[in-house]
Design a protein around this ligand. Sequence first.
Ligand code: NAD
Length: 495
Amino acid sequence: MTVQDIAQDYLTTGRLTALPDGHFIDGKACPASNRKMESFDPARAEAFAEFSLGSEEDMDRAIAAAETAARHWRQVTPAERCRVLNEVARVFRANADRLAVIEVVDSGKTLAEAMGDVQSSARLFEYYAGAADKLDGRSVNLGSAYTAFTVREPVGVTGHIIPWNYPTSTFARGVAPALAAGCSVVAKPAETTPFTALVMAELLAEAGVPDGLVNVVTGLGSDVGAQMAQDPRIKQLTFTGSVTTGVNVARMAAPNVTRLTLELGGKSPLIAFEDADPEKVADGAYWAIFSNSGQICSAGSRLILHSAIRDEVLSILTERAGKIKTAHGLTGPDMGAINSELHLSRIKAHVDAAKARGANILTGGDVTTDQNTGKGWFFQPTVIADLEPDDPAVQEEIFGPVLSVQNFETEDEAIALANGTEFGLIASVYTRDTGRSMRVAHAMDCGQVSVNDYWAGGLELPFGGNKKSGYGREKGWEGLDAYTKVKAITISNAS
Ligand code: NAD
């Protein structure tokens, strides 16, 4: 079956075949209790399946299985880990069509976005397969009286709390380095996107990942998620989600002194100077805010424009935004749905409040639907211009296709505006002046900066935030740090 066949079958029947049932614990699908919750296709605003709400016992069994598996996996040779992870990448690619269609239906994104996400998940496993046999320590020079060196050891059982905006690749970016480092995994996907993590766990088993090494328990964050955060057997917790929940998770993990990686929100700036090409700036801003319907932690949700190019950039951008076609992700639209009715209402509340303050909304500004069917949870691509630094639309993460625009005159002013929120995830700067681009890049209080592009780079680079965007880094070589502990060993050379 081609991807078009799978998509057409779903669009006709409203059902996906062979969806996992229950949790995935100790190498197999586990029938779960009768407590179930509906999963919705946001582009139709209709439930398409049910998934299990994990119990305390389910989470307990998953962590116990991971604990046993971790003891074995840390003994497996790095070369063998490398082989298994490469096989995972191959199996993901072979199942890309099925995974991508499930992701579209569960999350609301477009098929092209979901396909990209699946391919980058496969790449993450390849990248960390290549790292598994290169996790060397270093020799330390203490003079001739001692021989000293370091080793990197796996931390043990790792917990992964996954958000709904990139369920597939967020799972992969935590699980791949954890396995490469010799750790085991318990993952909890978000309530509104439970299925791809379960399918990926099945595929990992098919690729030869030993039983118990990767377990998935679906259910409520406040329930099994909180349980995972508090369990002393979890040695590293990788959390991706909102600031509020991240702070809660950190509090819950603190009594056990559990290691934490927090990937939280963002309000990332795209700064464009007067010498930048307006077409290029508008194009960068378009993709930065309208990809994945703006539901990206690192979305370019603030456009900081030099007044000399403000009118030209905004005219190109609003014209393009006004032509965006919203529809079901399986029908090839420009933009997909918002993940849930609750989240749509949050976006609407932000924009309604901006309207009530008299904001200059250049385009969009309201909820909409699938332009073919009149159904679903969608938001119009929206551009709000001429905002002051303290405006809530500048300060608060909206996490939707809503761009806040600020104007500036000087380099110092641009830097102050860009750094002027409580977030610090990524930034980008558009200018033809290399010296200026480097001055601004160094001045940005965030984890990643790109010049004359937005999201330049890939999974080879470390990703993560400063300030309330979180701490710790995922992806790149630095992504392994969370899953390894450094031990120093010293030998006396005395006779
Ligand atoms: P959320 O915080 O509500 O949920 C994230 C995950 O945490 C879900 O799996 C949820 O079930 C779980 N959770 C909820 N309450 C919990 C609790 N008490 N204990 C343990 N787990 C709990 O966030 P969301 O709505 O899923 O995602 C949107 C937010 O996440 C946005 O603010 C966005 O910026 C951020 N995000 C950040 C990144 C990043 O890499 N920095 C990536 C994606 C999303």
